[in-house]
Design a protein around this ligand. Structure first.
Ligand SMILES: [Zn+2]
Ligand SMILES: [Zn+2]
Length: 302
């Protein structure tokens, strides 16, 4: 299986901390790098990671609070100095394009095209290997969670069988795998002749949830996910504050993971009030055992 790498470029919410950057995540899969939120400091964290800051083609901004998108400008400036030519696509909620272009207008003249796409509930992008979709969260302003879903594997190509049928190795094999009919001599072959469907596998799912109160949509979207990344700004003893500021507690994140039956939960977006990692971890663990408190530049490989 191709690895899916999830790197925490930062883990702090609202304000940076002396040992923590603002929360954002880089997901790398099959040579593609997807960036989820781009707060201040993201470009330096990308430099410190194993990923190149030039390699990202798609950025997903969960919402237009400053701690989730102010890093776009410095990063775009650096890529312009590096003479990037490749298009960058920025997905953001409705007001995003206007706000981002307004800030950029007088100071940044990108060397590459930037395409803006408005985030709406549902599919945002899809290729042969994966898709990304969005679902609404509950925060002060419009905010979205994201589902990265690897394409399901229908089965595995059975080379020995193809050879035994007399199909010559080469481009015909990929045609068959991709569902095309292939003619060899007088015989016509289809995908089912050369596929071992017992090797089918459902694609892995990773769900990323930034600022929000706990919502039932997360439970539905994250059902069976390989990994749920969920904010845990507050602790249970600060629940009133969480309700008021429309954030979640570590306990609530654990409850969501339990209900969704995910395989692993990673907490992030921590308040500067909560610096005791074990306190956060223990609280979530009471609800859901396989949980981690994400660390700066930590990478989870799935
Ligand atoms: Zn935030
Ligand atoms: Zn926010």
């Amino acid at each position: 299986m191709e690895p899916i790498k999830v790197t925490f470029l930062g883990t702090s919410g609202s304000v940076p901390q002396k040992d923590k950057n603002f929360a954002s995540v880089l997901l790398a899969y099959r040579g593609d790098s997807l960036l989820f939120d781009c707060p201040e400091g993201t470009q330096r964290q990308l430099m410190a990671s194993e990923h190149s800051l030039m390699s990202v083609k798609n950025v997903f901004i969960s919402h237009m609070h400053a701690d989730h998108f102010l890093g776009l400008f410095g990063w775009i400036s650096t890529m312009t100095l590096n003479q990037r030519k490749e298009k960058l696509t920025i997905f953001s909620p409705k007001s995003g394009k206007e706000k981002i272009t307004k800030i950029m207008r007088e100071v940044i003249f990108p060397s590459f095209p930037i395409e803006f796409k408005e985030i709406k509930k549902g599919n945002l992008m899809k290729n042969e290997f994966f898709e990304v979709r969005a679902f609404p969260l509950k925060h002060e302003i419009a905010c979205y969670g994201f589902v990265f879903k690897e394409a399901d594997k229908k089965g595995e190509f059975n080379r020995a069988k193809a050879e035994s049928l007399g199909i010559p190795p080469g481009p015909l094999y990929s045609k068959l795998v991709n569902g095309e009919k292939v003619k060899v001599g007088t015989k016509t072959f289809t995908q089912k002749d050369v596929m071992d469907y017992t090797k089918k596998r459902e694609g892995r799912k990773i769900v990323l949830v930034a600022d929000t109160r706990p919502v039932k949509e997360t439970i539905a979207e994250a059902r069976g996910a390989a990994l749920l990344v969920h904010e845990a700004t507050f602790l249970d003893k600060q629940k009133e504050k969480a309700i008021e500021a429309l954030h979640s507690t570590a306990k609530e994140a654990g409850e969501i993971a339990k209900k969704a039956k995910v395989r692993k939960l990673a907490l992030f977006h921590f308040s500067a009030r909560n610096t005791e990692e074990t306190e956060i971890l223990e609280e979530a663990k009471k609800e859901f055992a396989n949980v981690i408190v994400s660390k700066e530049l930590e990478t989870i490989i799935l």
